[in-house]
Design a protein around this ligand. Structure first.
Ligand SMILES: NC(=O)c1ccc[n+]([C@@H]2O[C@H](COP(=O)([O-])OP(=O)(O)OC[C@H]3O[C@@H](n4cnc5c(N)ncnc54)[C@H](OP(=O)(O)O)[C@@H]3O)[C@@H](O)[C@H]2O)c1
Length: 324
C-alpha cells in the first residue's frame, strides 16, 4: 500500500514517521514523507504534483498552519494551508478512491458550551486560525458529500505535544529559568500526545495486517480521557519533571493561577475546549466486535487512557534522553 504523509517535520508528522518505522517489512507499506522543502502547501501546483506522483491509497495530512496569533494577519496563507490544500487532497482522494486522514482543532468552537463538545456541535471559531481550520473541515465534507468514492476522517484534537515546540516544553524551560510563573486557570481542554493521536487514528483505518479497512467517514474527536486547565497542566508537568529527577528553579506551588483576561493575546481562544471522544471510541469498539464476532455493549464502552499518565510518560522520556 502507498501512503503519503504531509507535514513530516511537525509533531504529528514525526509521530507518524516513528510509528511507521517500527513496523515490520512484512507490513508492506511504502510511505512517502513530505515537508515544506518538498512541498509548499500554499502552492496548489506543488500539492497537485505530489498527489499525482505518490498514487497514494492513504493520504495523511499532518501539516497545518498552526501559528495561531500570526494567523490573525497572515490570513491568506492560513487559508491556503488549512483550507485549500486539504480540499485538493480530498478531491484527489475522491478521484482516486483513496482514504484521507485530516486533523483539526478545538479552535473551531467558540468555547461557550457547558461540558464537552460533540462532533455535531456548531462550528463558531473565534480566531482566523480557527476559521481557516473550520473552512478546511467544510471543504473536505463537501468534497466527499458529492461522491460515493473514497473515505475520510477528520480528527479534531487539542493541546498537542510531541517532538517539537509545545506548551509543556515551554513551561519546563521557564521553570528552569524563573523563580515564579503565572499560568491561565480558566481555559479548559485536554492535553493530547502526538504519538497516541497517530496510533489511535491509524487504528480506525488499518487492520491488524496493515491493510485499509472501511470506517464511517466523518468528523471524530480524538483526545485522551480527562480535562485540564493550562495552570493544571503546567503544575502537573513541573511535578512530573521533578519526579523524573530534573532540577528546576520552581516547584508547582510557585505557579500562580491567572485569568485569561490578564494575559491578552492577538487571537482569541475558546474558554472551553473539552471534546467528547465517544464517537471514536464507539467506532473502534464496533470494529473490534466485528473482527471478533462478539457483541458490542455500548454501556461498557472503554474510555481512552487519561492524559496525566501520557504526560508523565512523555516527560520521563524527555528526561531520560536529556532533552529537558
Ligand atoms: N499543536 C496543537 O496544540 C494542536 C491543537 C489542536 C489541533 N492541532 C492540529 O493537529 C495537527 C498537527 O499539529 P502539530 O502540532 O503536529 O503541528 P506542527 O508541529 O506545527 O506541524 C505543522 C507542520 O506543518 C508544516 N507546514 C506549515 N505550513 C506549511 C506550508 N506552507 N508548506 C508545507 N508545510 C507546512 C510545518 O512545516 P515547518 O516545520 O517547515 O514549519 C510543520 O512541520 C494540525 O492539523 C493542527 O491544526 C494541533
Amino acid at each position: 500500500m502507498n501512503i503519503l504523509v504531509f507535514g513530516k517535520d511537525g509533531q504529528l508528522g514525526k509521530a507518524f514517521k516513528a510509528l511507521f518505522e517500527q513496523l515490520p517489512a512484512s507490513a508492506n507499506l511504502r510511505v512517502t514523507y513530505l515537508g515544506r522543502a518538498e512541498c509548499d502547501l500554499s502552492k496548489e501546483g506543488e500539492v497537485l504534483e505530489q498527489l499525482n506522483a505518490a498514487k497514494a491509497d492513504l493520504i495523511i495530512n499532518a501539516s497545518a498552519y498552526t501559528a495561531v496569533d500570526k494567523a490573525e494577519t497572515e490570513i491568506d496563507l492560513a487559508y491556503a494551508v488549512n483550507a485549500r490544500a486539504p480540499e485538493l487532497m480530498a478531491q484527489y482522494a475522491v478521484a482516486s478512491n483513496a482514504t484521507f486522514l485530516h486533523y483539526s482543532t478545538d479552535y473551531v468552537f467558540d468555547g461557550g458550551k457547558e461540558g464537552f463538545y460533540v462532533e455535531d456541535d456548531i462550528r463558531n471559531p473565534l480566531s482566523m486560525y480557527g476559521k481557516s481550520k473550520a473552512a478546511g473541515e467544510e471543504a473536505i465534507e463537501k468534497t466527499f458529500a458529492n461522491s460515493s468514492k473514497g473515505q475520510f476522517a477528520i480528527f479534531r484534537t487539542s493541546w498537542v505535544y510531541g517532538d517539537g515546540g509545545n506548551f509543556i516544553c515551554t513551561i519546563l524551560r521557564l521553570a528552569k529559568e524563573r523563580e515564579a510563573l503565572k499560568v491561565i486557570h480558566d481555559q479548559y481542554g485536554v492535553p493530547t500526545s502526538a504519538e497516541w493521536l497517530a496510533q489511535v487514528t491509524l487504528d480506525l483505518v488499518l487492520d491488524s495486517a496493515w491493510k485499509l479497512k472501511q470506517f464511517p467517514s466523518g468528523i471524530y474527536h480524538a483526545v485522551p480521557a480527562g480535562e485540564a486547565t493550562w495552570y493544571g497542566l503546567a503544575s502537573f508537568a513541573v511535578q512530573a519533571a521533578l519526579n523524573a529527577g530534573i532540577e528546576l528553579r520552581i516547584k508547582p506551588d510557585a505557579i500562580q493561577p491567572i485569568l485569561a483576561v490578564e494575559y491578552p493575546l492577538p487571537a482569541p481562544r475558546p474558554m472551553n475546549s473539552r471534546m467528547d471522544s465517544f464517537k471514536l471510541r464507539s467506532a473502534l469498539q464496533n470494529q473490534a466486535s466485528e473482527a471478533s464476532n462478539s457483541y458490542n455493549d455500548p454501556q461498557n464502552m472503554p474510555s481512552f487512557p487519561a492524559w496525566e499518565g501520557m504526560v508523565q510518560e512523555y516527560i520521563s522520556r524527555l528526561a531520560s534522553k536529556g532533552l529537558i
